[in-house]
Design a protein around this ligand. Structure first.
Ligand code: DGL
Length: 285
């Protein structure tokens, strides 16, 4: 492992701005790393597309990041991780690649007492069954329900994370599965995993419908922890030189395939800080 390789950025890929929720967790667990985030905003949403299309998109996006010298790749998009992780690992067989599904499944299994777990995700993620399989691999007795909640993506992009419209949509998606929860012995799930980059923004509205006894978890923190483990195992963690100190020495750059202005304005909500247009480069894939 060369020092140039260690200094390379961690590539983070998503269909749009939602993966910034994962970038945020990565930055808090690995503050000394450099990051290169690619949001394929021109082709969002991935969640409604066929697996073949998602694989094709994910491969071109990963090619662009690899060409820019990333030392590892985090597939922050659940839909892309569900459909394309195997294809990406085959194509870049020496690059550490971390998807969000396995860490998300792990978070859900750790949180659930009963093993009854509900996965909320896009249509594509639900259809492919990757979450369901990952959970059952970790916990064979688990009973997993998977609910496609595609409209949550649009609501989060719009910045509608609370209020009457969100409550109505959340109730429509979730009420049936959670109707019996909170009344003692029921068969409702005791844990919800937010299996989509956008859903952490709607956490409160979702929690309101499922009730206080249901745990709501996401994959961001567990993905960041998994990334740290993979980098450590490959001897690729950024070195603490004790001089530059803190996160001030690390850089984060953004690539977007559509409007830089929109990436900046919508992305800030997901990252939790303002993003300057000068931090973003428009690229074509
Ligand atoms: N990033 C996608 C995911 O996590 C949500 C947005 C989309 O459908 O592209 O599944």
């Amino acid at each position: 492992v060369t020092s140039a390789a260690v200094a390379g950025p961690i590539g983070v890929f998503d269909s749009g701005v939602g993966g910034l929720t994962v970038l945020r967790a990565l930055q808090s667990v690995l503050p000394r790393e450099n990051y290169l985030y690619l949001g394929d905003t021109a082709r969002l949403p991935y969640g409604t597309k066929s697996p073949e299309t998602v694989v094709r998109y994910a491969v071109t996006a990963a090619d662009a990041l690899v060409a820019r010298g990333v030392k590892a790749l985090v597939v922050a998009c659940n839909t892309a991780a569900a459909a394309a992780l195997a294809a990406l690992c085959e194509r870049f067989d020496t690059l550490p690649i971390i998807g969000v599904i396995e860490p998300g499944a792990r978070a859900a299994c750790l949180a659930s007492a009963s093993g009854r777990i509900a996965v909320l995700a896009t249509e594509g993620t639900v259809r492919g069954g990757a979450y369901q399989q990952a959970i059952v691999r970790l916990r064979p007795e688990a009973q997993v329900s998977a609910l496609a909640c595609q409209l949550f993506v649009a609501l989060a992009e719009e910045g509608w994370t609370e209020g009457a419209a969100v409550d109505v949509v959340a109730a429509r998606y979730l009420q049936h599965t959670f109707a019996a929860s909170g009344k003692g012995a029921t068969l409702a799930p005791d844990t919800v995993v937010l299996g989509c980059t956008h859903f952490p923004l709607l956490r409160q509205a979702i929690a309101k419908v499922v009730g206080p006894q249901v745990r709501v978890v996401d994959s961001a923190a567990t993905t960041a922890a998994a990334t740290r483990e993979r980098l450590a195992a490959a001897d690729l963690l950024a070195v603490d030189d004790g001089v530059s100190g803190g996160s001030g020495s690390s850089t984060t750059r953004f690539l977007a395939t559509d409007s830089v202005a929109r990436f900046a304005s919508v992305g800030g909500r997901f990252l939790g800080r303002d993003i300057g247009a000068d931090e973003i480069e428009l690229i074509d894939l």
